[in-house]
Design a binder for this molecule. Structure first.
Ligand SMILES: Cc1cc2nc3c(=O)[nH]c(=O)nc-3n(C[C@H](O)[C@H](O)[C@H](O)COP(=O)(O)O)c2cc1C
Length: 331
């Protein structure tokens, strides 16, 4: 029996199947960070391809938090109309669509005149350089930016929000002891390192109300000693559960320029399973899950509730459902 093509209740939403389009930056934003004509075309085409949920790419909540200069943003009301065209294009195919809200922190490329901000003065690498330490005011500014972005996401017609707490960006930087050396209540013990995420989630919840689905994308490992592990991340998720998270989306890495020894198909599955068990929340697994047999196995074993697919959808949006493409998907 197929599990991949059975429905799933994600918070108040009923997804037609367990396959999610992973958030993937397209580097096609306008200079003011609006979505361009490409985005509704791209996401509409992907919705038509057969996934049960689309997660729109990393979208900056503040100009200084853009990862690249051609990222899309949601830091101004002027961005809402261009994003509304994206949600309309996806909804035309009966598919729900989330937006991934992000701030790059020390891995941002801010416009001229703006600083690269982070919890501590620790560089990702020499090219990004040493960031400016966020004072309490800068922290509150970022919290308010996430909340305002969430309000705009609702106005643009999104069905849910994915908070980007993975891949070494600002929220991950607060969570990992390797990038957060603060001693002011936002750093130190885990309960202090989750405080920033806790405040961000509280702000988003207040902006979107109690029923709106929020997923949290995490990196379950920093791939270095003393960094984040699935156990620590699961403990953090437990601290944040009271914000009514609809699911945890389990990725890994990005805090430092190091990675896993092998990114083989399903290499992050163990992390997803560990977090699902420890946090008792639905999880989305991701990473090389490109074969139907592997996806069915992961779902049947209860290692994940949903499976996100990335690169193959960029190559062929319909690769799971199209007869020709299914030669690759089915095995
Ligand atoms: C071109 C590209 C852009 C990506 N952009 C994002 C992003 O905006 N946000 C994010 O959390 N992950 C991003 N990722 C990671 C994907 O969401 C996904 O986790 C990764 O590609 C592994 O899944 P896959 O093996 O099915 O491709 C990106 C990956 C690719 C290839």
């Amino acid at each position: 029996m197929s599990l991949a093509f059975t429905p799933f209740e994600l918070g108040p939403l009923r997804l037609k199947n367990r396959l999610v389009m992973a958030p993937m930056q397209q580097y096609r934003g306008a200079s003011d960070a609006s979505a361009t004509a490409y985005h509704p075309f791209h996401y509409g085409r992907c919705a038509e391809g057969g996934v049960g949920l689309i997660i729109v790419e990393s979208t900056a909540v503040a100009p200084e938090g853009r990862l690249f200069k051609d990222d899309i943003g949601i830091f101004d009301d002027a961005h809402i109309d261009s994003l509304r065209r994206v949600t309309d294009a996806v909804h035309a195919h009966g598919v729900p669509v989330f937006i991934q809200l992000s701030h790059g922190g020390r891995k941002s490329n801010p416009p001229a005149g703006m600083s690269r901000l982070a919890p501590s003065a620790l560089a990702f690498d020499a090219a990004y350089g040493v960031p400016d330490v966020m004072g309490k005011e800068a922290i509150q500014h970022a919290v308010r930016a996430f909340a305002a972005a969430a309000r705009r996401a609702v106005a643009a017609g999104f069905d849910g929000i994915e908070l980007h707490a993975a891949h070494g960006y600002l929220i991950h930087q607060f969570l990992s002891p390797l990038s957060n050396r603060r001693e002011d209540g936002y750093g130190g013990a885990l309960k202090h390192r989750v405080r920033f995420i806790d405040e961000v989630l509280a702000g988003i919840r207040e902006a979107v109300g109690t029923a709106f689905p929020i997923t949290l994308r995490v990196s379950a490992s920093d791939y270095v000693p003393n960094g984040l592990t699935p156990e620590v991340v699961a403990a953090a998720v437990c601290e944040l559960k009271h914000h009514a998270l609809a699911a945890v989306h389990v990725s890994s890495g990005g805090l430092l320029p190091v990675g896993p020894e092998s990114a083989h198909p399903g290499y992050q599955i163990g992390y997803a399973h560990a977090i699902r068990q420890a946090a008792a929340l639905p999880v989305i697994a991701v990473g090389g899950l490109h074969r139907r047999s592997l996806i069915e196995q992961v779902l049947a074993a209860g290692q994940a509730d949903l499976v996100a697919i990335g690169r193959p959808i960029l190559e062929r949006p319909d690769f799971m459902t199209d007869k020709l493409a299914s030669v690759a998907f089915e095995d």
